[in-house]
Design a protein around this ligand. Structure first.
Ligand code: CU
Ligand code: ZN
Length: 181
């Protein structure tokens, strides 16, 4: 990557960006705005403590996604911090059945017929810290308007970014419907 493209895409390094880029991708300024869309995430019956918000912001470079989720299962000690797959699913309801509490969320949002992990709905996983995960990233795989009415899903397992069709991510443990703000 060239130094100029590093400057362009380093959304956190405000002080090394030129003035124009600071205006378009200053993360703290973006997060002070009202989001353009929002999902309130709630855990399934077996994961009632999971609760959080995923916010979506339109920028000239793509969509900034900012997620804060608490009440995640946590493990303490040496090599045990948990990782949870995180996706946008194409379904519009957080309903399901005993075996799959959010079955109505359906599969990964994939309007272009790509393979996992190149689905438009494939996102960086959550790394929990004491049961809380905070994540902010830029993506140009979808616009905010495209994903309104779809769902965000957190899974019990790690996304391996290889297995088809969904990265062997485990059960759906939390869900939220994306609504426009
Ligand atoms: Cu998923
Ligand atoms: Zn996928």
């Amino acid at each position: 990557m060239s130094f100029s493209s590093y400057l362009k895409y380093n959304i956190l390094g405000d002080d090394i960006m030129d003035k124009k880029q600071v205006c378009s991708l200053n993360l703290s300024a973006i997060l002070c705005r009202r989001p353009d869309a929002l999902a309130r995430v709630q855990g399934s019956a077996d994961y009632r403590n999971i609760n959080g918000t995923v916010s979506f912001y339109k920028t000239v470079h793509g969509t900034i996604v900012y997620a804060r989720v608490g009440g995640l299962p946590t493990e303490r000690g040496g090599c045990k911090g948990r990782v949870f797959a995180f996706h946008i699913h194409e379904g519009s309801e957080c309903r399901g059945n005993y075996d799959d509490p959010f079955a109505a969320a359906l599969s990964h949002y994939n309007p272009k017929g790509c393979q996992h992990p190149y689905h438009a709905g494939d996102l960086p996983p959550f790394f929990e810290a004491g049961g809380t995960a905070v994540s902010a990233f830029l993506t140009d795989r979808f616009s905010v308007d495209e994903i309104i009415g779809k769902t965000v899903i957190i899974h019990s397992g790690v996304d391996d970014f290889t297995s088809q069709p969904a990265g062997n991510s485990g059960k759906k443990i939390a869900c939220g419907k994306i609504i426009s703000c």
